[in-house]
Design a protein around this ligand. Structure first.
Ligand code: CDP
Ligand code: CDP
Length: 221
């Protein structure tokens, strides 16, 4: 699997990682890994099981029993379509709480590596370039200003029929970014050889074009 190409896209919340990963994946015919969804599902399942989210060993222990299925942009937990539930910012906060534990990260490690299949993979998250695929030939670190990101997430939630409040959303995103940057296990930081892309003033298409351009130039295959 080590010679299957991977493009990693890491960055803070609502910077546009998922959208960029989907579009680049489509353009290249590559599969896509939304690693955040795995942390979101784990946080949600742990909360539903009444677990103490500060107990990393207990949360990690439920990962093997999660009956997860990804199908056409939807995520199923058992027979339940949890897609909308996963997108809620409350679930994002649960995800970031369980994501601080090395045991939880270890429990999700192989599951993420299994997404690496031919002809290639675009992987989005926080540690795709630093921990999961450190040898990936193209690593992107995607950023945008905090105000831009809060506004994007707000519009995205509203358009999906999920209620949101811009002020509390801004606070929640900030809390999550702080926790992600300051944890000791795989914190949010650019890989040494990551290319930085600030898309505050870029549309989705322009960002996709930039990444595809980088891919054409460095592709060693
Ligand atoms: O995956 P991540 O949380 O980083 O962000 P996303 O879900 O891909 O993007 C958040 C929202 O920002 C989506 O509704 C995107 O359509 C939007 N977006 C945008 O308006 N302009 C961009 N250049 C990138 C994303
Ligand atoms: O879409 P957004 O960027 O808001 O969040 P996400 O990518 O779905 O990730 C939700 C949370 O999961 C993040 O705030 C991180 O705490 C955690 N996460 C992580 O630790 N490592 C990853 N590779 C992906 C997500």
């Amino acid at each position: 699997a080590a010679d299957i190409p991977v493009i990693t896209i890491d960055g803070p919340t609502a910077s546009g990682k998922g959208t960029l990963a989907d579009e680049v994946g489509k353009a290249l015919g590559f599969g896509v890994l939304d690693s955040g969804a795995l942390y979101r599902v784990t946080g949600l399942a742990a909360r539903r099981a009444g677990l103490d989210l500060d107990d990393g060993a207990a949360v990690a222990a439920i990962v093997p029993s999660l009956r997860l299925r990804f199908s056409e942009g939807h995520v199923f937990l058992g027979t339940e379509d949890v897609s909308a539930r996963l997108r809620a910012e409350a679930t994002g906060l649960l995800a970031s709480q369980v994501a601080v534990h090395p045991q939880v990260r270890a429990a999700l490690h192989q599951l993420q590596l299994d997404f690496r299949r031919l002809p290639g993979l675009v992987a989005d998250g926080r540690d795709m370039g630093t921990a999961l695929f450190p040898a990936a030939p193209l690593k992107v670190f995607l950023t945008a200003s905090a105000a831009t990101r809060a506004e994007r997430r707000y519009k995205q939630l509203i358009s999906k029929g999920i209620s949101a409040n811009i002020e509390s959303l801004r606070e929640d995103l900030e809390a999550r970014d702080e926790r992600d940057k300051n944890r000791s296990a795989s914190p949010l930081e650019p890989a040494q050889d990551a290319l930085l892309l600030d898309n505050s003033a870029l549309g989705i298409e322009e960002s996709v074009t930039q990444v595809l351009g980088w891919w054409q130039r460095r592709r060693p295959f």
